[in-house]
Design a protein around this ligand. Sequence first.
Ligand code: DGT
Ligand code: CA
Ligand code: CA
Length: 580
Amino acid sequence: MELKNKEIADIFNNIAAMLGIDNSPSSKFEIRAYQRAALTIEGLQEDLGLIYGRGGIDALMELPGIGKGLAQKIEEYLKTGRIRKYEEMRKKYPIDFVELSKIEGLGAKKIGVLYKRLGVKDVETLKDALEKHKVRELAGFGAKSEEVLADGIKILESSKGRLLLGDVLPEAESIVSKLAGSGLAEGVVIAGSIRRMRETVGDIDILALSKSPEKVMDFFSGMDEVKSIISKGPTKTTVWLKIGTSCDLRVIEPDSFGAAIQYFTGSKNHNIGVRTIAVKKGYKLNEYGLFEKSGRLISSLNEETIYAKLGMQWIPPEMREDRGEIKLAQEHNIPDLIQLKDLMGDMHTHTKETDGMNTLEEMAAAAGAAGLAYFATTNHTKSLRVAKGMDEKRFEEFFKKIDSLNEKLGGRPTILKGAEVDILKDGSLDLSRAMLEKMDCVVAAVHSNFNMSYDEMTARVRKALDTGLVSILAHPTGRVINQREPYKIDLEKVAESAERGMVALEINSYPSRLDLNDTNILSLRGYNIMFSVDSDGHNVSHFGFLRYGIGTARRGWLTKANVINTMPLEKVRRFLAKKK
Ligand code: DGT
Ligand code: CA
Ligand code: CA
């Protein structure tokens, strides 16, 4: 949804919620009017600003459920960035809608009820009400919703300050290229958690070499991206960025580059492990180099020699989490990790026919430009109404389109026919067996009824995999980073079914999903299963997400041989065909 549309829809929902607190009989009609208008706006494909620009108030009034009064409020917001009625009501009801709405399971309406009945106005007062078990007594809430809300608060609090890798890495890269392009610094590199491809990032760490550190720091702190300067010095400067995180720039001596990048890449626990080995050998390791006790320098120029002098193989940054990689490096058994260039295809993408933004033709061109030899188009199925899910008939028609486009493209790239079929509550699949059997690639996923017990959810997913119709289980835990906990599911049991039925488990590359994540993957090392690194792309730029999935796969120690979409087309077809 367009940003402005979302803001206005939120405001309308909030106004409706506050009118509900008053509960005068006359407000009933008004409440419904605001809610309906919000619903209309949420479903709009087009930006309200554009509609207004084209035809003014009249064009707004043509939208379903938007009368003159509401159209005027939209106009007011577009012109002034505020709605007076909303601000007046906010004075009467000081509710922190923005913060409370971030909690999973809380919409405007429920927030209104919580305020009216319990005086909840922000996260603190909600926590208090939950601890006193007052929430479960309200109509429309129960003991279960107390649990859900408490979990939601935990996620909200633990995510504070950590942004998604997918939001931060592009920003860090742009800063690096500007620094390098300034002519004031050389060897500008990203360190810290970003270099390790952690799914969320606390702050950006950049290292640079420079002969004029003061000038670099002036340039850095004056960049457009910077909101304010936290501290400034010639060797280290920290700024707060507009995107909502801080960035450390360290200028280091050329002689100690290897030691510095090793030190500032971390992780802290990995560094502690490596330093312990140095100490055992009678050495000293810090950000300036590896030294003998006497102080004589052994190595500092590059990471490879530092690890080598310690009797270790170089360790890929994604593995540096103190999860056994140090021992592997000592035994010279570091796996040859999968790389982005190994990916030949993408098994999970969407088009305009459901909730994607681009046409099949556009997606095909983008897949080709991303260097992929093939991709599966996997639109949603009928039960997922919010995404305009397709029934058998629509798939039939869509597949004709694929045939003719494939003919035209001549395999550059090849489009595979697929679906992201819903795993319904009872574990059955949301399309007929006959239809699914016609497809090249069936991706199955849970999109509803997340709140099942551990056993129920596990049985539900296993039942779907055991049909023999599924090629890939998409985003197997359902978590959304900083928003939704994984559903309760026994991944080991799921892996048993996947192993037996040759179903690949997905590593979904969408920055807010990254599902399976690194720890999930590592926990399944004992199973003979394959993975699929997919973009879940909803527009042409989303093929660019694949690098985050690859980062996650590398953090899970996977090689090319573990991932189905590194196979050439004919081989992957054989893998997919085996389940029929
Ligand atoms: P983040 O920013 O929370 O996503 O995670 P990192 O790993 O980027 O952590 P950060 O920015 O605090 O520090 C960057 C690296 O610098 C870290 O991975 C290891 C190194 N480092 C920082 N402080 C210490 C420390 O007190 N001891 C050790 N051994 N290393 C440190
Ligand atoms: Ca950091
Ligand atoms: Ca830092």
